[in-house]
Design a protein around this ligand. Structure first.
Ligand SMILES: Nc1nc2c(ncn2[C@@H]2O[C@H](COP(=O)(O)OP(=O)(O)OP(=O)(O)O)[C@@H](O)[C@H]2O)c(=O)[nH]1
Ligand SMILES: [Mg+2]
Ligand SMILES: [Zn+2]
Length: 297
């Protein structure tokens, strides 16, 4: 009789599978390996207990994924929490826009968190509020937190309930500290240091899903640059919701919103309805995708 569970951690040659009742160390059945199926954290799997004494098992089947994040490899996320700071480090809207683009491509809802709000002066709050309101207007969920002052933590808990979430963002924004507020018993700091160490491309970065209120939460190592998934450059605009909404109203139907006459996006930028930085970041991704496609043709 097979048991169902979720892979919550990847170790050297094993996977830890959470079956609600217990966490079981499993290897992978040979036939799955032959099919070149690569199990990853977040996968929902069927297992057989192979050793009654040690309680170890083997993964016999993998359920089709509803979503897949490539780096770090995480399957079946239902949302991604993208943590930002207004300062220390200073707000990087390009990283935010690249990240939102990736989340749209992966079709995983993104929640934008602004952490370290305890550091803000009233003027800085005002400025952050303008930015945050924009992202809210174009459809993203926003949360302000201070891990230091423990503000916004109850809202964060509410957002994570019943969801499989990964906490991601640039280095130093406070991902691990925020998660420590939810899991006081787990040392996210040391977990991350070992995960991010090693420069070899095959170094296993160990990312764990922690059971939380009928869902799971993962911390991930910070990065300094947001990689974007490959899409046709013509489609890039479809992943910028407010630019996509304007697209049909441009004079030319092949308008790429880069200075063409009668461009609706430009019109909306002129009246402060669209942030010019959004178009700038869209065009940058457009050009990157175009260069990538030409390189591989
Ligand atoms: N003032 C203030 N400092 C914070 C807050 N949250 C985290 N920090 C500090 O910011 C620094 C970085 O926090 P981490 O939680 O390690 O950041 P991280 O995002 O996990 O960083 P990486 O793992 O390197 O990606 C630490 O010194 C924290 O104490 C906050 O809300 N307010
Ligand atoms: Mg960390
Ligand atoms: Zn246009």
């Amino acid at each position: 009789m097979g048991l169902n569970g979720r892979v919550i951690e990847e170790q050297r040659n094993y996977f830890i599978v959470d079956t609600i009742k217990s966490a079981i160390r499993c290897s992978i059945r040979g036939s799955l390996k032959k099919n070149r199926v690569r199990v990853c954290t977040g996968d929902i799997v069927t297992i057989d207990i192979t050793n009654q004494d040690t309680g170890e098992g083997v993964i016999t089947a993998i359920k089709e994924r509803t979503s897949f994040l490539k780096r770090p490899a995480l399957a079946n996320l239902t949302q991604i929490l993208f943590v930002n700071t207004y300062k220390h480090p200073s707000l990087d809207t390009e990283a935010l826009d690249r990240f939102l683009f990736a989340a749209e491509v992966y079709q995983v809802p993104a929640v934008i968190i602004f952490n370290k709000t305890d550091l803000l002066s009233p003027q800085e709050w005002e400025s952050l509020d303008v930015t945050a309101s924009y992202y809210k207007k174009i459809g993203y969920r926003i949360l302000f937190t201070s891990a230091k002052k423990m503000t916004g933590i109850d809202d964060l808990k509410g957002i994570c309930r019943n969801e499989v979430s990964a906490c991601t963002g640039l280095s130093g924004v406070g991902k691990s500290t925020l998660l420590s507020c939810l899991f006081p018993e787990i040392d996210f700091k040391t977990a991350n240091v070992s995960g991010a160490s090693g420069r070899g491309t095959h170094t296993t970065t160990s990312i764990s899903l922690h059971p939380f209120e009928s869902g799971y939460l993962a911390d991930t190592p910070g990065f300094s640059f947001v990689e974007i998934p490959p899409v046709d450059e013509i489609d890039v605009v479809n992943y910028f919701p407010e630019l996509e909404a304007a697209t049909g109203k441009c004079r030319f139907n092949n308008c790429i919103h880069n200075g063409e006459p009668g461009c609706e996006v430009q019109e909306l930028i002129n009246i402060n309805e669209i942030l010019s930085s959004r178009r700038e970041h869209y065009l940058k991704i457009f050009n990157e995708e175009k260069a990538r496609r030409q390189k591989f043709r």
